[in-house]
Design a protein around this ligand. Structure first.
Ligand code: ADE
Length: 219
């Protein structure tokens, strides 16, 4: 699978793309490509944004700049990029990211468009298949939202996580009826008088499974 991220701040992804599960995904043949809109702007002085028509605060990322960056990365008309992959604009106006959407987005190549300033010119709707929000709040740009999306999606790729069971039984997965995962404990078994439930130390696997299922139901 190929992930493309379009951003004005590719360096924001340096730490994230070095994480072990991303490197594991790369070792499996998945690709992560960062494109800086500014590297492909058709405008002089490396301009990428402009004042909003109708007035108002802030600057808007220009649609001609977004098109030029998509065309440079894919070598086809910007409107055709979405013909064979999901093209996602990260925006607080989008569909909220959840486990179901992450699973959907893991189904094929993915393009993530990060906005900055007041966002991307609304005509970006001609270029995208999806508009995705990571929550009902406004971030300063799409980069953190893109990393959250990449993270949720990458964890769905077969082989990217060393223990696949940890993905299947994760919080919000359909296997847990969309609910939260059971609680986890590790050593020490007792600390400051806070005890790990006895059943988890019993070695009785059926009882442990029952206890965990019960915790999921309670949550
Ligand atoms: N850009 C700014 N805020 C955002 C949000 N909540 N989700 C996705 N992209 C954003």
């Amino acid at each position: 699978m190929r992930f493309d991220v379009f951003t004005l701040f590719p360096e924001a992804f340096d730490w994230y793309l070095g994480q072990v599960h991303i490197r594991a995904a790369v070792d499996l043949g998945h690709e992560f490509v960062l494109t800086n809109y500014r590297d492909h702007t058709p405008l002089s002085h490396l301009q990428v944004d402009d004042a909003p028509f109708g007035g108002g605060a802030g600057m808007v990322l220009r649609i001609d700049v977004v098109c030029a960056a998509l065309e440079a990365a894919f070598g086809v008309d910007a409107e055709c990029v979405k013909d064979d992959r999901r093209v996602v604009e990260l925006t607080p106006k989008g569909r909220q990211l959840d486990d179901e959407l992450a699973t959907e987005l893991a189904g094929g190549d993915l393009v993530l468009l990060c906005g900055r300033y007041e966002g991307i010119d609304e005509r970006v709707t001609h270029l995208v298949t999806d508009r995705v929000s990571i929550g009902p709040y406004v971030l300063s740009g799409g980069e953190i939202a893109a990393m959250a999306t990449l993270d949720a999606v990458t964890r769905k790729l077969p082989g990217a996580i060393s223990n696949p069971d940890s993905v299947v039984s994760e919080s919000h997965a359909p296997e847990l009826d969309g609910g939260a995962e059971y609680p986890h404990y590790t050593r020490p078994a007792e600390f400051r008088g806070w005890e790990v439930p006895e059943v988890l130390r019993s070695g009785h696997h059926a009882a442990i499974e029952r206890w965990r299922a019960e915790q999921v139901r309670k949550r």
